[in-house]
Design a protein around this ligand. Structure first.
Ligand SMILES: [Zn+2]
Length: 313
C-alpha cells in the first residue's frame, strides 16, 4: 500500500469524521463494484467526492498534496524564484513562466506560475523571495503545483516561522517510480555494465561531438573537450528492478579516469550485491524507451541508521 493512499485516508477521515477503517471498507466495496479496475487511491478520491469532501474549501499542508489534486489551496513562504522565461504560445503571443519553491512547516514544493498577472507581481517586486503567499485553486501536475488564470496568487499576512527548507526527497519503491519523480530508493546492485566515456564542453558541460580534429560545442564553438564517464547498472529493491545510471563522481567517489581495466573490473565486482541508498530523478530513456534512474547521490546503507529508522516506524 503506498504512502499517497495512506495520506488520502487520513485527510478524508479528518474531514468526514469517519474512521480510517470505515473509509477503507468503502474503498474496497467501491473497488469490488468496478471489478478492481481502479487503484485504492482512485477509489478513495471517488469516496471523498461522494462524501462531499471538496479539497477546495480546505487549506492544505504541503505534505498533504498529492499528484492529481485540483483546486488546491495553501499558504507558504517563497524560498526561491527562478528567472522569468518567455516563450511564444501556440497562437503567436508571448507567454511567460516562473518557477518558485514554496514552503510551509511540513514541506516544500515547486510552484509554476503561468498567468501574466501573477508574474507581474514578481516583476514589480510586490512578491519576492521570502514573501508569504496565499495560493488558491492550483492544480497538481505530478509533484508540482501549477497556477493558471483561474488560480489566485497573492501576498498573505499569515506568519510562518519554521519552514522546511531542505529538499524533500520521498522514499519510494522502484515499482512506484514515475518519469519525472525525484526519489530516494534503497536497493541492491544486481548488475553492472562496462563504464562508458563521453566528452563534454568544459564551460556548459553539455555533450560535444567530434568535428574534424577537435570538438565543437553548439554554444561555445571549438573547445578543448573534457572526458567524463558513466556507468549503467540495475537496481532491485524487491518490488521491481530498474536501470540506473551514475556518473563517476556519484558512485562511491569512483575515478574511472585514473583506473586501469583491471581495477575497473574489480570495482564492478565489489559493487555487485551491495545494498545502497540512492537519490535521483527518474527519466525516460528515449533510446531504449524505458525508465531510468539518474543517480545524483549514492551511499552505503549504514546498519546503525537502518535500525534507528526501523525503530521510528
Ligand atoms: Zn559549451
Amino acid at each position: 500500500m503506498n504512502g499517497n493512499y495512506e495520506k488520502l485516508l487520513s485527510i478524508i477521515s479528518k474531514s468526514s469524521g469517519l474512521s480510517k477503517g470505515e473509509i477503507e471498507l468503502k474503498v474496497n466495496t467501491k473497488r469490488e463494484k468496478i471489478s478492481g479496475m481502479i487503484s485504492h487511491e482512485g477509489a478513495a478520491q471517488i469516496i471523498a467526492a461522494e462524501l462531499g469532501i471538496a479539497f477546495e474549501n480546505e487549506k492544505l499542508k504541503i505534505s498533504d498534496l498529492l499528484p492529481g489534486m485540483r483546486k488546491v489551496n495553501i499558504v507558504g513562504k517563497i524560498l526561491s524564484v527562478s528567472p522569468i522565461r518567455t516563450f511564444t504560445t501556440k497562437n503567436g503571443q508571448e507567454g511567460k513562466v516562473v518557477n518558485l519553491v514554496v514552503a510551509d512547516e511540513t514541506g516544500n514544493i515547486k510552484v509554476v506560475l503561468w498567468d501574466l498577472h501573477h508574474i507581474e507581481l514578481i516583476e514589480k517586486n510586490q512578491i519576492a523571495n521570502q514573501s508569504i503567499v496565499e495560493i488558491s485553486n492550483g492544480t497538481m501536475r505530478e509533484e508540482e503545483l501549477h497556477l493558471g488564470s483561474f488560480s489566485e496568487f497573492k501576498p498573505s499576512n499569515d506568519l510562518i516561522n519554521d519552514v522546511k527548507t531542505e529538499r524533500v526527497v520521498k522514499e519510494k519503491k522502484i515499482s512506484e517510480l514515475k518519469t519525472g519523480d525525484n526519489a530516494a530508493i534503497r536497493g541492491f546492485i544486481v548488475q553492472t555494465f562496462e563504464p562508458r566515456s563521453f566528452n563534454v564542453c568544459p564551460q556548459c558541460k553539455k555533450k560535444v561531438n567530434p568535428d574534424g580534429e577537435g570538438f565543437v560545442c553548439l554554444e561555445h564553438g571549438k573547445i578543448l573537450e573534457e572526458k567524463r564517464f558513466l556507468m549503467n547498472f540495475v537496481l532491485d529493491d524487491g518490488s521491481e528492478t530498474t536501470r540506473a545510471v551514475a556518473f563517476h563522481e556519484t558512485l562511491l567517489g569512483l575515478g574511472f579516469k585514473e583506473m586501469g581495466q583491471e581495477a575497473i573490473g574489480k570495482h564492478r565486482e565489489n559493487l555487485l550485491g551491495k545494498e545502497m541508498s540512492f537519490s535521483g530523478v527518474v527519466r525516460l530513456n528515449k533510446f531504449f524507451n524505458n525508465q531510468e534512474f539518474i543517480v545524483s547521490n549514492a551511499k552505503e546503507v549504514n546498519p546503525d541508521e537502518l535500525i534507528i529508522s526501523l525503530e521510528k516506524n
